[in-house]
Design a protein. Structure first.
Lengths: 246, 96
């Protein structure tokens, strides 16, 4: 069990990539604190799946854009589990619109959840990691951060910010035993991508060198790798897991 | 701990050992660190990342939080400055 007794917090952990990441860590022996914002139904389903894999899990409802919520969430984990080894900043949203129609709320909300959430969770987790001189922070970026995408000025800006944040934070704390990296997932098979019409799907696939969508588990494996001892000398990096999209 | 905090001399010695242990400073003894010498730059040569480790250590040992960079700069100016900062923080905590 590669991550036996390691304490992990995954934000946005009750759906999609976050859920795959949380479950993968649980399968490998980690104690998993699964954060979610509001969908209690998905959270209940994820809890059921987590409980079949481990007795050491927590379900944490918290808004990652709220300093109060994040402080309480991390304090709750540290109070119950003494420390945190790994933080996966996965919580993220999209609100795609062409810039001309992108109102302030659409801009602010995406930047807040994706980028500010990453900042708040990382900042709050630092003390427990610095105290133990060990930590793994893994952020979720996107190919959109590198290439841009029409309709995603907000999303790509947030993910570009996450990449810069990852590199800057790694320069601050890597010498304290804490690595900071990012994973950039390409197009991943989800109910949403599977439901796209055939023309859009064909266009998507034609842009991917491997000519297929990725699976959530592909991303989870990359996150687990960066969290593992094998990645102990990797910091400040962005690992593209996109089938050759970019 | 109260006895140490209430004695400036004992507290300064404690803090020197804390700095050496926390930052894993090899070949430095408490006797090598003067109470009034700067901890950063020309003095002990610590940097801002070293300060992060000391902030965490101080919170753990004394339950005093340094959240503001300016407050931190003043507190870490020297061992003596840090001792005074901790004594002030301790007195405030007692009153509350």
């Amino acid at each position: 069990m590669e991550f036996k007794h390691q304490r992990v917090i995954v934000t946005g952990a009750t759906k999609g990539l976050g859920k795959a990441i949380a479950l993968s860590f649980a399968q490998k022996g980690a104690w998993v604190a699964a954060n979610y914002a509001s969908d209690d139904q998905s959270a209940a389903t994820t809890e059921s799946e987590l409980s079949s894999l481990t007795q050491k899990y927590l379900l944490l409802k918290a808004d990652v854009t709220s300093k109060n919520d994040v402080d309480k969430m991390i304090k709750s984990v540290v109070d119950q589990w003494e420390h945190v080894d790994i933080l996966v900043n996965n919580a993220g949203i999209i609100r795609d619109k062409l810039l001309m129609f992108l109102d302030e709320d659409d801009w602010d909300r995406v930047i807040d959840v994706n980028l500010k959430g990453t900042y708040l969770c990382s900042r709050t987790i630092l003390k427990t990691m610095i105290a133990r001189k060990f930590g793994r922070i893994i952020n979720i970026a996107s190919p959109s951060a590198f290439t841009g995408r029409a309709g995603q000025t907000n999303y790509s800006a947030s993910k570009g910010g996450i990449i810069s944040f990852t590199k800057s934070l790694s320069k601050e704390i890597s010498r304290l035993g804490i690595t900071v990296n990012a994973v950039s997932p390409g197009f991943i098979s989800t109910p949403m991508t599977e439901s796209l019409n055939q023309d859009i799907k064909c266009d998507l696939l034609s842009r991917i060198s491997m000519r297929r969508l990725g699976q959530p588990e592909d991303i989870a494996e990359a996150v687990l790798f960066l969290a593992s001892a094998k990645a102990g000398y990797i910091t400040g990096q962005v690992l593209g897991v996109d089938g050759g999209l970019i | 701990m109260e006895e140490i905090i209430n004695s400036n001399g004992k507290l300064c010695e404690f803090l020197k050992k804390m700095i050496i242990d926390t930052l894993r400073l090899e070949d430095i003894t408490p006797g090598d660190i003067e109470n009034e010498a700067s901890l950063f730059k020309d003095g002990l040569g610590l940097d801002s990342i070293d300060a992060l480790e000391l902030v965490v250590a101080i919170e753990k040992i004394f339950n005093i939080i340094i959240e503001d960079e300016d407050v931190g700069k003043k507190a870490f100016a020297s061992v003596n400055a840090l001792a005074v900062f901790i004594q002030d923080g301790y007195q405030r905590a007692l009153k509350n």
